[in-house]
Design a protein around this ligand. Structure first.
Ligand SMILES: [Ca+2]
Ligand SMILES: [Ca+2]
Length: 184
């Protein structure tokens, strides 16, 4: 009986030693470096970027009519579109980051698009905060018409850092595509 017990203890010590040895060998092998923007044991955790940079705002879809009326009432009735980007929800407290020039007499046919390329790329310094992208009809003779706006979060922790961020709502209808890059 006593011998059997000692044997068991000895086996336990041997297996613990073996386990400890294999553990040591794991520690000595250096892990492969993760691609930029990722961390964690298997490099699957995204690192929140310090900023997201927008180099282009593409307008893909917008309403050609203001309800049943045209956006403008005289001669050229199509809207003169411009985009405005801000931090917030579109209310008065929204902080405007960018307002584009306007494109004359734009009509959306579902397959065309209109690009706005800022002279200086737009830097989003708070990429996890709520932003708003607004489409307006520029009216020189009166105040501009709000054609529609969409709220979005530029950064999501599991989206794989896409270089194109699509923001859309088919019921307005409104669709934007942002061309972006990331800085960590
Ligand atoms: Ca108008
Ligand atoms: Ca107009």
């Amino acid at each position: 009986m006593k011998t059997n017990f000692l044997k068991s203890v000895l086996l336990l010590i041997i297996s613990l030693t073996l386990f400890s040895c294999s553990s040591d060998s794991d520690e000595t092998s250096a892990p492969a470096p993760c691609p930029q923007g990722y961390t964690g044991a298997n490099c699957s955790t995204q690192i929140t970027p310090s900023k997201i940079i927008i180099s282009k705002i593409r307008v893909n879809v917008f309403p050609n009519l203001n309800g049943t009326n045209t956006w403008d009432s005289v001669i050229n009735v199509a809207p003169d579109i411009f985009v405005r980007l801000g931090i917030g929800d579109g209310s008065n407290s929204t902080i405007t980051l960018y307002t584009s020039n306007y494109i004359n007499d734009a009509l959306s046919n579902g397959s065309n698009y209109f690009d706005f390329i800022p002279t200086t790329p737009i830097e989003l310094l708070f990429p996890t905060q709520q932003h708003v992208l607004i489409l307006g009809d520029y009216d020189s003779a009166s105040s501009n018409d709000l054609m529609g706006g969409l709220i979005f979060n530029p950064y999501n922790s599991n989206n794989g850092f896409p270089t194109t961020i699509t923001i859309s709502n088919s019921s307005i209808p409104l669709k934007f595509e942002l061309t972006v890059s990331y800085v960590w």
